[in-house]
Design a protein around this ligand. Sequence first.
Ligand code: NAI
Length: 505
Amino acid sequence: MNPTFPTIAVIGAGAMGRGIAQIAAQAGSLVRLVDNQAEASIQAKAALADQWDKLAAKGKLDAAQAQACKDRIQPGTLSDLADCQMVVEAIVERLDVKRSLFAQIEDIVAPSTVLATNTSSLSVTAIAAGLKRPGQLAGFHFFNPVPLMKVVEVIAGLKTDPAVAQGLARYAREMGHTPVQAADTPGFIVNHAGRGYNTEALRIVSEGVADFATIDRILRDQVGFKLGPFELMDLTALDVSHPVMESVYNQYYQEPRYRPSVITAQRLAGGVLGRKTGQGFYNYLDGKAQVPAEAPAPEVSDMPPVWVSTRAARRAELLQLLKDLGAKIETGQSPSAQALTLVAPLGFDVTTVAVVERLDPARTVGIDMLIEDAATRRRVLASNPATRADMKAAAHALFARDGKPVSLIRDSGGFISQRVVATIVNIASDMCQQGICSPADLETAVTLGLGYPLGPLAMGNRWGPTNVLEVLFNMQTVYGDPRYRPSPWLHRRGAIGLSLLQEES
Ligand code: NAI
C-alpha cells in the first residue's frame, strides 16, 4: 500500500469522521483523529478497533491487517497536524465553525496540504473564502455509512486547484470508493438528483391521487425502486430529509422544481419522523411497518366489450395484452354503447382525454402504458370523476385476470410512475444542462448514492426521451405549473430522439 496521502487528519470523530478514518486506515494511511470533545476520538478509536475485530472474525481481514489498521489510528489535537498531506473535516454543519477551523489548520500544515470538507449542504467556495490558500480546499462528500456507501463526491469550489480535486479522486479509489466530480452547487449531485422522487410523491399525495402505501407499491412494482418514497422517508427520518428539501429549494432561490411539501413540514413539527419514532407514514410495531392490505380485484360476471382509443400509448401492446387476458375487443371507429373505453395518455389526465376524444366519460378508464407491461409487476388504472362504478370494476377485474396486481387511482395529469419518472429524468437532465457533472458521473452517483434501479438518464432512455418529454409538456398544460417545464437538455434530445447520455459535441 502506497497511498496518495500517507498521513492524514480527520477532524470530527462522529458518524462520518469514524467512517472516513476507517477506510483511510484500511488504505494504508496513518490517521490523526481530532475532536473538540476530549473523549470522542478515544471512543472512536475503540469503536474502530471493535469494527476491525469483527471484520477479522468474519475473515475479511487477517489478524495482522486488523492490528495494523488499529495502529494507524492516532487520537490527537490540532497541533499534531504539521506532517499531514491531507486534512478532512467532518465536524458540525456550520459555515462559521468550519471556516474558523480551516483558518487555524492553514497555519499549522504545509502549503501543499490538501484541505477537504465533508459538508453535505454548505458551499465549498464559501468555506474556502477568507483562507490564505483557497485553492487547496475541495469538497469530499461521503455518504452514511461511509464504508458501505462506495461513492464520494469531489467538489471543486470556484478557486480550487484542479490538482487538489484530482488528488482526492485518486485517494478515493485507493480507499475502494468511486469518485464523481461535482461543481459547487446546492446539493452537489446526489442530494440534487434525489429531489424528484420524494417531492413529486408528496405532491401526488397532496392532490389525493392515492395514499402512501399505494404510491409506494406502484413505484416499487412498476419502476423497480427498492423502497417506495414514503418507506424511504420513514427510514431516513423527516428531521434529515425535510431540511434537505428546504435547503436545496432555498439555495436555488425557490426554483419550483424543488418545492418542498407542507406534508413533511407538518409531520416534522409534530415529531412524526419515521421508523425511529415508531410512527411515520406507516406505524411501526416491533420495528415492522404496518401496511394496510390491498383490496382484492372485484368479481365481474358480465364483462363488457373493450374499445381502445386510437391515440393510446403502446396501443399495439395494449391490444395484445387485452387479447391475452381474453377480452372482447371492439374494432370499430368508435366504442359501442356498452363498451368499456380505454385510454392510455402520457401526461394528460383521463378527463381531458375523454373530452378531447369525445368519449363518454362515464365509461372511460385510463391505463398507464409509459413502461411496457412485461417490465412491470403491477398495472395502474385511473378513473375520471364521472366513471361509473361498474366500468371501474370491469376494468379492474379484466386487468387482474392473469394475477398481476392492479391499482386504481384518482385521475391526475400523468399517472404516478409517469409523474415521478418524468420529474427525476427532468431534474437530472437539467443538471447536465447546467454542467454540474458529466452524464456518466450523474448515473454513477445516483445508482451508488441513492440505490435507484437505473441512473436517471438511463431511466429516461429506457422509456423513451420523447415519451418523457411528452409527459412533461402535457403535465405543464394540465397544471400550468413551471415545475414541469422540460429542461433544454431533455427537450433537445427528446425532440430528435437522441440518448440522454449523449454529450453535445
Ligand atoms: P456527528 O455529530 O456524528 O459528529 C460530529 C463530530 O464533530 C462530533 O464528535 C463533535 O464533537 C465534533 N465537532 C464538532 N465541532 C467541532 C470542532 N469545531 N472541532 C472539532 N470537532 C468538532 O456528525 P456527522 O453526522 O458525522 O456529520 C459531520 C459532517 O458530515 C457534517 O458536516 C455533516 O453535514 C456531514 N455529513 C453527514 C452525513 C450523515 O449522514 N450524517 C452525510 C454526509 C455528510
